[in-house]
Design a protein around this ligand. Structure first.
Ligand code: GRF
Length: 189
């Protein structure tokens, strides 16, 4: 079996993408092994998956971003982390942090970027009478939701969709898209 790349997932909340990535990482042919979960939120529901799957978890307060990021960098180095996947992580990482992991940080966003960066994507797409929305996995650069796109999945917006129904449909696709995007970047693995 090929050696898997040590990966860290950063979360702030529910952690459904974390769960799908953990399940993906456990597949024999997956290129990643998740060895540390990082959160800024001690109450993140997703932390239960760290316990369930016996993965190390680290809770880092972001009162001072520089201090927090330095702590995280130490943890990542200590765990020999090669890839970071942001999955509902609500803090914006600094330029300096991103530079240290250049090309090695991925994010998932619930819209067809470059449309609807930031929050409330589903509501804005519906209000603008879009026919489609979807989700995007992209590399992280220093601008919010703006790095190079790896993969996207379109989802149709139906007449009776509301932000909740749309978010549920898109989330289902997110859970498939993130593993697919990881496979794509490790194509020669
Ligand atoms: C997802 O919709 C993701 O695209 C966005 O934040 C949400 C996180 O959901 N960045 P979960 O915590 O993975 O369930």
């Amino acid at each position: 079996m090929k050696k898997k790349f040590n990966t860290s997932i950063f979360i702030s909340g529910r952690g459904s993408n974390l769960k799908s990535l953990i399940q993906f990482s456990l597949l024999k042919n997956s290129p990643i092994k998740i060895n540390v979960i990082i959160t800024d939120n001690i109450k993140a529901k997703g932390l239960t998956y760290a316990d369930k799957y016996k993965i190390k978890k680290k809770i880092i307060k972001f009162n001072d971003k520089r201090v927090a990021e330095n702590k995280i960098l130490k943890i990542l180095t200590h765990n020999n982390v090669k890839l970071i996947c942001l999955a509902g992580f609500m803090k914006v990482l600094s330029k300096n942090f991103i530079k240290k992991f250049k090309g090695k940080i991925l994010n998932i966003h619930p819209s067809l970027l470059p449309k609807y960066k930031g929050l409330d994507t589903h509501e804005r797409a519906i209000n603008n009478k879009e026919k489609f929305s979807g989700c995007t996995v992209h590399f992280v650069n220093h601008k919010l939701d703006s790095g190079k796109i790896i993969l996207q999945k379109k989802v149709k917006i139906l007449k009776n969709d509301n932000p909740v129904s749309l978010s549920q449909k898109i989330l289902k696709q997110e859970h498939k898209l993130y593993p697919k995007a990881i496979k794509k970047i490790f194509i020669n693995f």
